[in-house]
Design a protein around this ligand. Structure first.
Ligand code: AHG
Ligand code: MN
Ligand code: MN
Length: 343
């Protein structure tokens, strides 16, 4: 069977869909190549001395794994010379990384989570890389890019994707014309298309949430999960299954392929924070992919891609997956909000 490579796909997108300016095509090729290098280091694990923590803390207040920092460096080195970016930002860097003056600057901003699911690295469970692409603001071409240039709502993304380092190494991406999946052919070193125009199936009864936080959730979240647990004899009249991998990339990939819903909602452990996951390089790119695949992504009942960012590392409540299930959860949040207003 003739297989389409990532390069062929991107050239066809450029030709057919006019969706792909040359600089954006270069950006995606370079990020995809960097993900091959990250996959190589993840796969070597202990043999490469890549496991374990550095003992340092990142801006999130989380202990950094060696691979968090290495993957971040791989993405910086791969991207800063190409002339396609104005600046980069990452979960592992306090503030933005401007392109050094010795290199030409481009029109895009790349924001990414170099290793998602870090807690799984040392126990050989799937981890991934998540990336989101924005345009640098028009008025930024004559000046240094600033952090606030990144603070654009998810609807302004021009591309997004993730790599997942699991039993296979996959690259899943969209440039606004649907979601496409590529599998890394290690012998040839090329990304080969293995699925196209992914659509999130509906009618699937599988939810993903960290149940240990149950007592901390808001009522509408507990209402939804209670009904899932009540199964056939409960209000939903059907039994549900549950999965939680601790890697957003792995849970979201499963949902893109076989449906279901992923939730990391607000909880009262840190009531002033809207949730654990980060808007710019976890919720927005994954929300973009979900919507491109016919799914839905909300923060309670607001569309995630409409959230106006105020800080680079801001967090957000995340509920995304099959449209039918997310609509149920969003409705419960709207009901709770309106009954609070009338109370
Ligand atoms: P990261 O490793 O980039 O910090 O992301 C981990 C995130 C996400 O991937 C996952 O869904 C979630 O943290 C798991 O959180 P819990 O360990 O609280 O379940
Ligand atoms: Mn992450
Ligand atoms: Mn991470």
């Amino acid at each position: 069977m003739k297989r389409t490579t990532l390069t062929q796909f991107l050239i066809e997108q450029q030709r057919k869909e006019q969706a792909l300016p040359a600089q954006l095509r270069l950006l995606i090729e370079i990020v995809a190549r960097a993900c091959k290098a990250i996959s190589h280091t993840v796969n070597k694990g202990a043999l490469g001395g890549y496991l374990g923590s550095l003992g340092t803390e990142n801006v999130q207040g989380e202990v950094q794994k060696k691979l968090d920092v290495l993957a971040n460096e791989i993405l910086i080195e791969a991207n800063e010379w190409g002339g396609h970016l104005a600046a980069m930002a990452s979960e592992e860097m306090d503030t933005i990384h401007r392109i050094p003056n010795r290199y030409p600057k481009g029109e895009y901003l790349l924001v990414y989570d170099p290793i998602d699911g870090s807690s799984n690295i040392d126990v050989d469970l799937s981890v991934g890389t998540i990336f989101s692409v924005l345009h640098a603001p028009e008025d930024s071409s004559g000046r240094d890019v600033r952090e606030e240039d990144f603070l654009q709502p998810g609807t302004r993304q021009v591309a997004a994707g993730y790599a997942i380092y699991g039993p296979q190494t996959l690259l899943v991406l969209s440039v606004g014309t649907g979601v496409f999946e590529f599998t890394l052919d290690r012998e040839m070193g090329s990304w080969v298309m293995s699925d196209e125009r992914l659509t999130v199936p509906e009618g699937q009864k599988e939810f993903a949430i960290n149940m240990s936080n149950y007592r901390h959730w808001a009522p509408p979240m507990r209402r939804y999960v209670d009904e899932c647990l009540a199964g056939k004899n409960g209000p939903r009249g059907v039994n549900f299954n549950m999965r939680w991998t601790g890697s957003m990339v792995a849970d979201i990939h499963r949902i893109l392929k076989r449906g279901g819903v992923f939730m990391y909602p607000w909880d009262d452990r840190k009531p002033d924070m809207p949730g654990k996951l980060r808007l710019m390089y976890e919720a927005n790119p994954m929300g973009y992919l979900m919507e491109q695949a016919g799914g839905m992504a909300v923060a309670g009942h607001e569309r995630i891609l409409d959230v106006a960012p105020s800080k680079l590392h801001q967090r957000v409540s995340v509920i995304m997956g099959s449209r039918d299930e997310v609509e149920v959860i969003a409705a419960y949040h709207r009901d709770a909000a309106s009954s609070q207003q009338t109370a």
